[in-house]
Design a protein around this ligand. Structure first.
Ligand SMILES: Nc1ncnc2c1ncn2[C@@H]1O[C@H](COP(=O)(O)OP(=O)(O)OP(=O)(O)O)[C@@H](O)[C@H]1O
Length: 800
């Protein structure tokens, strides 16, 4: 715990210094009345205020292909995880308060809430009358700070806008006008035409917040009674003169943004139709782009890619948040989740996004303008002016002197031979050279990006095809709906990349036009040497572009090859599987056509029970007795054998009890049939060591101490397994091919199903051995016993 606190402190210090990743906090909201009435348990557990454990409520569903490989529990770690009972004040202190001083020191700061609809974003950002959220608390503190001597004369300008259906609307006016975004090198992202109101007191800004919230687009949906249908962005532009900076006066400018996003929602969950659905689609689209930006930024940070392509321009929201995510800004992301079972999917997605956002790094710099008009600089300024004044006076005097000399004396020829035109040619050539090179590198970059975009689209197309196949296979309506949703998402993603591709193609056209312009300008140059030089550079550029195109073609070809290879591999396995299935089918039909008892392969692991014949008496007969090396008992004489053998032979068999044993009545543990295996602790291996487990090879036994890893016999475990497998396969084939086994008796593992009996195992339901009925057999036994009695007395009587 102590270690955690230290780590957190260190992280917050780094964040304050502007060199750290985004702070990501999770807030879990309590279950509401409706959820409490249906939810059996909460899907979230929080450990140490840092770890969150998400439990899949449906991980047990075996029929669900999508969940087949999913873990029951997923763990995530974040900078802070706030539980259901965390008060607003604590959330404010841990996520926002410590950054406010930094805002007045010139650091751009953004706090935004992310999460599914109804997960508590607005509650966190705006709050209620009793429990005010981050926005009013932060504004209050900001004004309190500004009252200190250091930040006196701070000016605040407030703007409050919403992005609704991809349009930016001003919330501080009732006028319904769409605003545009402008990107400025010095001031970063700006909304042109937005109303910025100078505020002097906290009450003023709070009342503006109220006005804005009233104007905000809200509607009731199934998921939330008061669902925000737009992304709301409250921005405070701070300009302050820092008195602590000594003689040089510093003007500090910064932006403090508080963003309440609209909730991501599943059409299936909200039952939205018509306008609500269009809103939902737009909300989801911008959040999807936000997710893509987060993913790209996080990947770029992980892989150390410089100047990565981030699709900020694909939505208004991401354009506005560009600085907050990838630029000069300290950023806090609060992800809101609900622990209800019905929102499991949304909670999972939110946590995955939040987890990715942890990797994003921003570099926040102080935005300080040094004002050079302080009193200490006036002396220098005046001195410079004086010097300039003196120089000017001197110049005027000289001109007055010159005015007495005739103008014609001026060397006209000098004017003509001035190197100005030559210099301008050189400048022109230099300029053209830079433009040509710039254009070439722009084209190369665009071509590479185009290829990347094409790949992304291919990737999503493959995804779509895979999901469509899955959808075709599943019968479950719920699963189908989920798959459909995934397909839609993949299609939207693909469409976004397509849009980017089109934009880039348009830009490429512009580069081509520029190329033609440059060539024209080069042709107009009089100096042949310079012209040739520039034309050489153009040629070089064209070769470079050609080279890149060839590389891309090669990449494309290799990609196609891998796809084709994959397809061929898939086809091959499919054909192989079909052939195998056919073989099995034909073998089965062959064996079912045979007369006599149905042959069933031995089922490893199915421990067939003993079978009761009549009167509760139980028999068991052991097969392949001779081969069981470690059981030194003589083999059991089969009843079938007795019946088939002529009488004399039977007598000789029976007369040698050491060679053959008869099936015995199973009463105590001393006269159990040989199939009985003593407990492993008392069993010895061939090497005389006690063993824990043994591997039954069917023919003889090889024992391996699995738990200690010791090989008890001199055969390796792998070899034993292989032998066992081969043996099983042989048995299976023998049965399938209809070859009769030794006794023509169906067998299950090591036991034989006696005639007339039904197998009890669920694996071989309703299987009946239709051999001679037991009553007839009993009669024969009776007769046999009469004969035996006549010859040997009671000594070798057969029991039934
Ligand atoms: N931490 C919390 N404690 C108590 N109630 C909460 C909490 N979080 C959310 N709620 C309640 O849950 C409901 C939905 O919350 P809220 O409107 O903030 O969700 P939202 O994420 O903003 O949804 P949307 O995206 O649809 O606007 C509200 O009635 C709110 O009061």
């Amino acid at each position: 715990m102590h270690q955690f606190e230290n780590e957190t402190k260190k992280f917050l210090e780094e964040l304050k210094n502007g060199s750290s990743n985004i702070l990501v906090a999770i807030r879990v909201r309590p279950l509401n009345q409706k959820e409490r009435s249906v939810s059996e348990f909460e899907t979230i557990r929080i450990l140490d205020g840092k770890m969150i454990v998400l439990m899949d409520p449906e991980s047990e569903r075996e029929d669900d292909l999508l969940r087949k490989n999913r873990l029951k529990e997923t763990n995530f770690a974040f900078d802070f995880v706030f539980d259901q009972w965390t008060p607003q004040q604590k959330i404010y202190e841990n996520t926002t308060e410590f950054l406010l001083e930094g805002v007045l020191e010139g650091f751009n700061t953004t706090v935004f809430c992310y999460g599914a609809t109804g997960s508590g974003k607005t509650f966190t950002m705006i709050g209620t009358q009793q429990e005010t959220g981050l926005m009013p608390r932060a504004l209050q503190s900001l004004f309190n700070y500004s009252e200190s001597d250091r930040f006196k004369d701070t000016q605040f300008k407030v703007s409050y806008v919403e992005i609704y259906n991809e349009n930016i609307r001003d919330l501080l006016t009732s006028e319904d006008k769409n605003l545009e975004i402008r990107e400025d090198k010095n001031n970063g992202i700006q909304i042109s035409g937005v109303i910025e109101i100078d505020v002097k007191t906290v009450n003023e800004v709070l009342s503006l917040l109220k006005v804005g919230n009233r104007n905000r687009s809200k509607e009731a949906t199934d998921a939330n009674k008061e669902s925000s249908r737009s992304h709301a962005i409250l921005q405070i532009q701070v300009e302050c003169k820092d008195k602590a900076a000594g003689l040089q006066e510093q003007i500090i400018q910064s932006k403090f943004s508080l963003v309440d996003l609209a909730g991501s929602e599943r059409a299936a969950n909200t039952n939205n139709r018509g306008l609500r659905m269009v809103e939902g689609a737009n909300i989801n689209k911008s959040l999807l782009v936000l997710g893509n930006c987060i993913q790209s930024l996080s990947e770029a940070n992980e892989k150390g890619i410089k100047n990565p392509f981030i699709p900020f321009r694909n939505s208004k929201l991401t354009r506005l948040l560009k600085d907050s995510l990838g630029g000069n800004c300290r950023t806090v992301m609060i992800s809101n989740v609900t622990p209800s079972v019905s929102s499991f999917e949304e909670t999972y997605n939110t946590l995955v996004y939040a987890n990715r956002a942890k990797n994003i790094k921003t570099v926040a710099n102080r935005n300080v303008l040094v004002a050079q008009n302080h009193i200490s600089n006036y002396a220098l300024l005046i001195q410079n002016l004086r010097q300039e004044n003196e120089e000017l006076k001197l110049l005027i005097q000289q001109q007055q002197l010159n005015s007495f000399t005739p103008q014609t004396k001026l060397p006209i020829i000098n004017q003509k031979t001035t190197p100005v035109p030559q210099l301008s040619l050189k400048q022109q050539v230099n300029e053209l050279e830079t433009t040509i090179n710039q254009n070439v590198s722009d084209i190369v970059e665009a071509k590479n990006k185009l290829y990347d975009l094409e790949q992304q689209q291919n990737h999503y197309q493959q995804n779509i095809t895979f999901l469509q196949i899955q959808k075709g296979r599943t019968q479950d309506k719920f699963d189908q709906m989920k798959l459909l949703e995934k397909i839609d998402n993949a299609k939207t993603q693909k469409a976004i990349f397509k849009q980017c591709e089109d934009d880039l193609k348009q830009q490429l056209l512009e580069y081509d036009i520029r190329k033609v312009d440059i060539s024209k300008q080069v042709l107009q140059i009089q100096d042949t040497n310079q012209k040739n030089y520039l034309q050489g550079i153009i040629k070089q550029g064209e070769l470079k572009i050609e080279n890149v195109e060839l590389q891309i073609q090669e990449k494309r070809r290799r990609y196609q090859e891998t796809i084709q290879d994959d397809q061929v591999r898939q086809l091959r396995t499919q054909i192989h599987q079909q052939q195998q299935a056919k073989q099995i089918q034909s073998a089965k039909s062959k064996s079912s056509q045979q007369n006599g008892p149905k042959k069933v392969p031995s089922l490893p692991g199915v421990d067939s029970p003993y079978y009761s014949i009549t009167g509760g008496q139980t028999y068991a007969v052991q097969r392949h007795q001779k081969q069981k090396s470690h059981l030194k008992l003589p083999p059991v004489l089969q009843i079938g054998q007795l019946q088939k053998s002529p009488k004399t032979q039977n007598q000789s068999l029976i007369s040698n009890p050491l060679k053959y044993r008869m099936a015995q009545r199973y009463t105590t543990r001393f006269n159990r049939p040989p199939s009985y295996r003593p407990p492993s602790s008392s069993r010895k291996s061939a090497l005389g060591k006690y063993i824990n487990r043994s591997l039954d090879l069917g023919s003889g036994r090889e024992s391996v101490n699995k738990s200690s890893g010791d090989l008890q016999n001199s055969v390796s475990l792998r070899k034993l397994k292989k032998l066992h497998q081969n043996y099983q396969n042989q048995r299976f084939e023998r049965v399938m091919s209809g070859k009769k086994n030794q006794n023509s008796m169906p067998y299950f593992g090591s036991k034989i199903l006696l005639p007339g009996m039904v197998h009890k195992s669920p694996y071989v339901k309703n299987f009946q051995n239709n051999y001679e009925p037991i009553e007839i057999k009993k009669e024969r036994l009776k007769m046999l016993n009469i004969n035996l009695k006549a010859q040997y007395g009671d000594k070798f009587l057969l029991q039934n």
